[in-house]
Design a protein around this ligand. Structure first.
Ligand SMILES: *Cc1c(COP(=O)(O)O)cnc(C)c1O
Length: 232
């Protein structure tokens, strides 16, 4: 199937999953995970109607930005970001989805301040409590949200999660539903510099489950572009 057909199919399935959950399909964002895709493939995906693009390597982001690959849609950073690379990302992307430490949050604030901007971010939650994954543990998040009030150049827009690799249909539902519960809990409270508007979860194998549980943004790579050549 072509990329255009893939995107059309994903849209249909997104809409079905939303309606089945009594949700408005229009409130769910399709973010194309464009790692390892060249600028031309990115442009094609945008032309075929993805809402935004997500990159997870600084070097790829920089290169594709220099080729104006994302024209027409916002670009997000979705990978692990080292503090010594924030300068190459802050102000270049609409949203940094993958803030996984207080040190990083602070570094982003400092760089955004230097640029005189406010950087939108999501906090990454290690919902499966996996040693191999970065992200905050759920119980750490309230403290981070408190702390966000001290950073005037940051706006926390919600949460992002990458649950354990799906071990079969529906296997990640419990994590998605925990995330939703957690998201509802924290957005019910008032924190400075925090606006709950985005719950980013669900990838190629499990986006329908994520939407059923309340995801407002799915990040999809393989189901759009096909299998990548090497693991990332
Ligand atoms: C690659 C990637 C995705 C998309 O994964 P697929 O399984 O290819 O859909 C989503 N989120 C992040 C953070 C990624 O790095």
């Amino acid at each position: 199937m072509s990329m255009e057909e893939n995107i059309a199919r994903i849209r249909r399935e997104m809409a079905e999953a939303a309606r089945a959950a009594g949700r408005d399909p229009g409130e769910i964002v399709l973010c194309a995970a464009t790692k390892m895709q060249g600028a031309d493939a990115v442009r094609r995906a945008i032309a075929a109607g993805v809402d935004c693009c997500g990159e997870n390597r600084v070097q790829e982001l920089t290169e594709k930005l220099s080729r104006d690959a994302y024209r027409g849609v916002p670009v997000h950073f979705i990978g692990h970001l080292q503090t010594n690379k924030v300068r190459q990302v802050v102000g270049k992307v609409d949203l940094i989805q993958s803030v996984d430490s207080l040190r990083l949050l602070e570094a982003i604030d400092r760089e955004a301040g230097r640029q005189g901007i406010c950087q939108k971010v999501l906090l990454e939650v290690n919902i499966g409590r996996e040693a191999s994954k970065s992200g905050f543990l759920p119980e750490e998040i309230p403290e981070v949200l408190e702390k966000a009030g001290e950073y005037p150049h940051i706006s926390v827009r919600g949460l992002m999660a990458i649950p354990p690799i799906s071990s079969g249909k529906g296997s990640n539902r419990k994590f998605f539903c925990q995330m939703m519960q957690f998201y509802v809990d924290i957005t019910g409270k008032k924190y400075d510099n925090v606006q709950g508007e985005c719950l980013s979860m669900g990838m190629s194998d499990d986006y329908a489950d994520a939407i059923a549980c309340g995801s407002t943004m799915i990040r999809v790579g393989t189901a759009i572009f096909g299998k990548r050549n090497s693991l990332q």
